[in-house]
Ligand binder design. Structure first.
Ligand SMILES: C[C@@](CO)(OP(=O)(O)O)[C@H](O)COP(=O)(O)OP(=O)(O)OC[C@H]1O[C@@H](n2ccc(N)nc2=O)[C@H](O)[C@@H]1O
Ligand SMILES: Nc1ncnc2c1ncn2[C@@H]1O[C@H](COP(=O)(O)OP(=O)(O)O)[C@@H](O)[C@H]1O
Length: 264
């Protein structure tokens, strides 16, 4: 059985407060995009993990796909060993949540395949153990999110009338470092309201707090954003803690860049 974990972008991102557990409360709107990995699961197998495509940093045993299996195996000992093959296509450490998507798709797949009968709420709770971005991929529809990202309310938002262009300049931003650069602040206007406005109005209303420190460290990202606007984007932003840049263009739009890019 093969599933296709997709990526996400953040439309607006406010870092609201530092918590006592070392994490930060944030508010964001997660939006799923069809740029995917391919995840094949064979069972019964011999618990192994292989990957192809983009090289994944770290040891295979630390891969989030295996961590998801171990997490459920602890509570459901009858789950058999599986062979996992991941074809990695979503850029890594890009603010696109690819690793989190792989982990969440694995949880959802194991739940269905081995009839664990976990509710969506319990899957979200398991996903939150694996990473802050992970719960979103259990829901996988446009969501206004708070807390660490695990408190989600679906929002009505459809960007199919637009062309979305992702640009990945191959700059790896460490998420922990990015959070440390910010002074948390309550937003003046909640994203929950701003996201209801027409896309053409987002430019003046919606921001990603990470852009200030990360653009300072990597000015070429500010350059990509400016170029997106010059070439007709109605809205341009960095996704999450970067470094993928997102441009929302009219349907016939185009963006010329020397960096790796994806048109969705
Ligand atoms: C910034 C966001 C926005 O969607 O996405 P990415 O840019 O990484 O995709 C997420 O909050 C990232 O989620 P994720 O990438 O899963 O982060 P985690 O592995 O949970 O945490 C990595 C590190 O970031 C910091 N961290 C993360 C999330 C959070 N709400 N507060 C934090 O302070 C912590 O220092 C933590 O050790
Ligand atoms: N299946 C996986 N795919 C990508 N990265 C993974 C995976 N499993 C573990 N990781 C680790 O997660 C980190 C990147 O996570 P990813 O979700 O791609 O980035 P981001 O948090 O920026 O969206 C890397 O340090 C990588 O080693």
């Amino acid at each position: 059985m093969i599933v296709f974990p997709n990526c996400k972008i953040n439309l607006g991102l406010h870092i609201v407060r530092k918590r006592t557990d070392g994490f930060h409360d944030l508010e964001t709107v997660f939006y799923p995009l069809q740029l995917t990995d391919a995840l094949e699961v064979l069972s019964p197998g011999t618990l192994q993990f292989h990957s192809s495509g983009i090289a994944i940093p770290g040891a295979p045993e630390d891969n989030l796909c295996l961590k998801a299996w171990h997490l459920l195996k602890k509570d459901f000992p009858a789950i058999p060993a599986i062979d996992i093959h991941l074809h990695k296509h979503i850029p890594i450490g890009a603010g696109l949540g690819g690793g989190s998507a792989d982990a969440a798709f694995m949880l959802v797949h194991l739940n269905q395949r081995f009839q664990l009968e976990l509710s969506q709420e319990r899957l979200v709770a398991y996903a939150a153990i694996l990473g802050s971005d992970c719960p979103f991929f259990v829901i996988n529809q446009p969501c206004y999110a708070t807390g660490r990202g695990e408190i989600m309310e679906p929002v009505t938002l459809d960007l199919k009338a637009w062309t979305i262009i992702l640009v990945y300049p191959d700059i790896h931003v460490n998420t922990g470092w990015a959070f440390k650069q910010l002074t948390p602040k309550e937003p003046e206007v909640s994203l929950k309201e701003v996201i209801k406005r027409p896309v053409e109005e987002w430019k003046g209303l919606m921001k990603n707090d990470f852009e200030v420190p990360i653009f300072e460290a990597h000015p070429e990202l500010a350059g990509i954003k400016a170029k997106m606007y010059q070439q007709g984007a109605v809205y341009a932003t960095m996704s999450g803690s970067g470094s993928a840049m997102v441009g929302i263009f009219p349907k016939a739009g185009n963006f010329k860049t020397d960096y790796k890019s994806f048109v969705i």
